[in-house]
Design a protein around this ligand. Structure first.
Ligand code: PEP
Ligand code: MN
Length: 341
């Protein structure tokens, strides 16, 4: 249930209402918009009477939220959520492009790619240090050293650093070195991890499970929000279908659909979405045209030698060409690439 306060409500009206709800064992998430305050009620609302609440001073309207995800719903937060990380704002009219290797392979390579990404207009540096691999015999990342290399390379080049956290025990170290913690496709339904990340105090990027419906994905986001963390971004990264020409089927429609259902910014990952470097730029362009707030793209100095996901990684030249095209598409829809004036 959501309570919308009147634009002329007194501060006291809101605090009295919150304490009344607390007496009933309910907690409240307060969202202060430009014109009014919206209260999202968390907990078992069966004891609440909608009409009674509507008669309280300062209350404009009480809206029962029909969706199982409440805090993630657009009803709860009609204006889109904006997330600030230093000077970067995610979720407004800027499109944030993050690039980098699937995995941090060495200190030298991550510094080289960071410099190049920054030079062609990227604003974020990705790179896995704890890698979820389908085979137990594959390279599983440099761990803490990888995070340190990633964070230093990002800092030296004014990029935000993003890396995946695979389990609860890794949260502190990933949060220490990164600006954004990525929750991978394989962990979208790891509810214990999601609960723990809800209180980590760092921006999060939640990838869609490869067989998850929009509702399941938004319910996963709800875990993060229910823990008090509202700096949550979603990321479409392709789903599994009967088609096997590509690694996954990139669901571009997810972008406008999720933006209608939720206030959370949405990214697109055309690298995992297709698994093929020759299809990445086209899907990146489509994602921007569809309204994505950001992109996560795999880029490698020598993709053919990459230890993971080489076939879907762009060379820096291909990334630069993609950025030039994205710039044109962004301006055609009244947006611009983040970091540019
Ligand atoms: C990744 O970003 O390298 C990754 C493992 O992604 P996903 O969780 O989408 O497979
Ligand atoms: Mn990868």
């Amino acid at each position: 249930m959501i309570i919308i306060m009147r634009s002329d409500a007194e501060k006291n009206d809101t605090t009295t209402l919150i304490s009344k709800l607390a007496e009933k064992g309910l907690s409240v998430h307060r969202s202060t918009g430009e014109s009014r305050t919206v209260l999202g009620i968390i907990g078992d609302i069966r004891s609440l009477d909608r009409r009674e609440l509507e008669l309280l001073p300062g209350v404009h309207e009480v809206i029962p939220v029909s969706k199982p995800y409440k805090l993630a719903s657009r009803e709860f937060h009609p204006e889109g959520t904006k997330i600030s990380i230093g000077p970067l704002v995610i979720g407004d009219s800027q499109i944030a492009v993050f690039g980098g290797p699937c995995a941090v392979e060495s200190e030298e390579m991550i510094h080289k790619i960071a410099r190049e990404i920054q030079e062609v207009g990227g604003v974020g540096l990705r790179g896995g240090a704890f890698k979820p691999r389908t085979s137990p015999y594959s390279f599983s990342g440099l761990g803490k050293d990888g995070l340190r290399f990633l964070s230093e390379a990002a800092r030296e080049n004014n990029l935000v650093a993003i890396s995946e956290v695979m389990e609860i025990a890794q949260i502190d170290v990933v949060a220490k070195y990164c600006d954004i913690l990525q929750i991978g496709m394989r962990n979208m339904s790891n509810f214990n991890l999601l609960r723990a990340l809800g209180t980590c105090g760092k921006p999060l990027l939640l990838k869609r499970g490869n067989a998850a419906t929009y509702e399941e994905w938004l319910m996963a986001a709800e875990y993060l929000l229910a823990g008090g963390n509202f700096e949550v971004m979603l990321c479409e990264r392709g789903i599994r279908t009967f088609e096997n020409y590509t690694r996954n089927t990139m669901d571009i429609a997810a972008i406008p659909i999720v933006q209608k259902l939720s206030h959370l910014p949405i990214f697109a990952d055309p690298s995992h979405g297709t698994g093929r470097r020759d299809k990445v730029p086209a899907m990146a362009r489509a994602a921007v045209a569809a309204g994505a707030n950001g992109l996560l793209v795999e880029v490698h100095p020598e993709p053919d030698k990459a230890v993971s996901d080489g076939p879907q990684s762009l060379t820096i030249e291909q990334f630069a060409a993609m950025m030039r095209e994205l710039r044109i598409i962004a301006s055609a829809i009244g947006k611009r690439l983040a970091g540019e004036v």
